[in-house]
Design a protein. Structure first.
Length: 493
């Protein structure tokens, strides 16, 4: 029997549905994470531009983006809360034994969520109600609250990859916990900054992609040009930085988690002068089928020398490493992520070249087609990064200390499959409602702009500043009074 099938037959029946449920909810939540972490920063950059240059268009964009931010954050709280519960419900072995060691990360994330919710509410409510400078200053803590949330979850995940900060007693339970060491593990720094820059890059390309689509449909006014230029510039700056950080974290994995690195690069035996495979499928006997083989490249990328020794999967027993199928999944996810990242860097260079040479946005329709696809592509890259991180660590849920099968719940597998079906239906409804709401907001904003442009003032839609008193309401817009309601807008006692 092939090794993969043998290990699968020995796994608890609950393992597969529990993994599928966790994977689905995590993959769904991570779609929202870039906007939750980086969208406040992009919005505040636009807000600052509006105040600094007295730019009504920038202020209008910032005000509308803040509404989108609030709606997205509400959905993110729901999906994030589901994930928090799943840790305890699906993996009681993990939380029961190790929660005292790494649970501080989840506590930090919870406080960050609470703080960010309050700050978003204040920022959203402050339009037209606070002085411009006061309103902007109250929004400045928002990006830091988002970074704090990322800090908490990345601290927990990096600990699972490189656990430290504890000793084991005779029964194998952790004692003498050192919280600081448990938070600042060897993989925390590389993971955290790689993640944060990925969120900035992804959020920038996603937001810019909306306005790139508008450009392709003929909307080329200043509102759409500015809505594209600011987030795309931020993403373009982040793209080459992320490329360097990606190379750095790959080397960290090579040194700190050599078996995971072997899975991501489908290296079967420990050797020097190891070739690099672009895609390809690892077989049970260690051969690679398909893909593009580049001699010596893997050793060179790992240690800047063809003589660098790369640890192979067979350096550990079969039950302590990813299966051939899991290694192939991690490898494909890693290669797709790198391929998309490289394409985004080229797109950023295209943008930068045109701007530096001509001091204007690119005019090519192919550039905007690429920019419109960049948002989706960057989300796919984020998903692939998490797949490579989590699948490459198998079979460990706590690297070299606890296997996933040891942590899984004892709940019947049938119940878990039913739960997965229910969650899929609920999430489809949630994300469908989110999309419908965004489309309704877009339609309302376009109608408002059209009505203001046709209002006879001769002023563009962007003239309406988001500070100071609102425009007076026409008597025709006041609904007819019912009961004791006063037509002037007040209610009689």
């Amino acid at each position: 029997m092939p090794t993969s099938l043998h290990l699968l037959a020995e796994a608890p029946a609950q393992l597969l549905p529990a993994r599928e449920l966790m994977a689905f909810t995590l993959a769904s939540h991570i779609i929202l994470v870039p906007l939750g972490v980086a969208f406040p920063f992009i919005t505040l950059v636009m807000h600052y531009r509006g105040l600094r240059r007295d730019d009504a268009t920038a202020l209008l964009l910032a005000r509308r983006w803040s509404a989108v931010m609030a709606v997205q954050f509400a959905l993110g709280i729901v999906t994030g809360t589901v994930l928090s519960f799943e840790f305890g419900l699906l993996w009681p072995g993990l939380m029961g034994r190790w929660g005292d060691v790494f649970g501080i990360g989840f506590g930090v994330e919870a406080w960050a969520f609470f703080l960010e919710a309050v700050l978003i509410a204040v920022y959203l409510y402050g339009w037209r109600r606070l002085k411009p400078r006061t309103h902007f200053l109250l929004g400045l803590p928002l990006p830091f609250a988002a970074l704090l949330g990322a800090f908490g979850i990345l601290a927990a995940n990096s600990w699972m990859n490189t656990p430290q900060g504890f000793s084991l007693d005779s029964a194998g339970n952790p004692v003498d916990v050192n919280v600081w060491k448990a938070i600042f593990t060897p993989m925390f720094g590389p993971q955290y900054w790689h993640f944060v820059v990925a969120m900035v890059l992804t959020a920038g390309f996603v937001v810019a992609g909306v306005y790139a689509t508008g450009w392709l449909r003929g909307r080329r006014d200043r509102y759409h040009r500015l809505g594209f230029a600011v987030p795309f510039t931020i993403a373009s700056i982040a793209a080459p930085v992320q490329f360097v950080l990606g190379d750095s974290i790959a080397r960290s994995v090579f040194h700190k988690q050599p078996v995971k690195f072997a899975a991501m690069e489908i290296v079967w035996t420990t050797d020097t002068r190891v070739p690099e495979y672009l895609f390809g499928r690892l077989q049970e006997d260690g051969t690679v089928k398909g893909g593009i083989k580049i001699p010596l490249l893997d050793s060179f990328l790992a240690g800047f020398s063809a003589d660098t020794e790369v640890v192979g999967l067979t350096s550990v027993p079969a039950d302590q490493r990813p299966t051939a199928t899991q290694a192939t999944i991690a490898h494909w996810a890693f290669d797709i992520m790198v391929l998309i990242g490289s394409a985004l860097v080229l797109l950023a260079l295209w943008y930068g070249f045109v701007w530096l040479r001509h001091r204007r946005l690119p005019a090519s329709a192919w550039f905007y087609r690429s920019a419109a696809c960049a948002g989706v592509a960057s989300v796919v890259a984020v998903e692939c990064g998490w797949i490579a991180t989590e699948v490459g660590r198998q079979p460990w849920i706590v690297y070299q200390n606890m296997r996933v099968a040891e942590a899984v719940t004892a709940t019947r597998s049938t119940s878990l499959w039913i739960m997965l079906g229910v969650v899929v239906v609920v999430y489809v409804l949630l994300f469908g409602s989110f999309l419908v709401l965004l489309l309704k907001m877009r339609t309302r904003w376009r109608l408002a702009d059209a009505q203001q442009a046709a209002g006879g003032t001769g002023l563009p839609p962007e003239h309406d500043l988001p500070y100071g008193p609102r425009a007076p309401i026409s008597p025709d817009d006041v609904p007819a009074a019912r009961g004791g309601a006063d037509r002037s807008g007040g209610d009689r006692p």
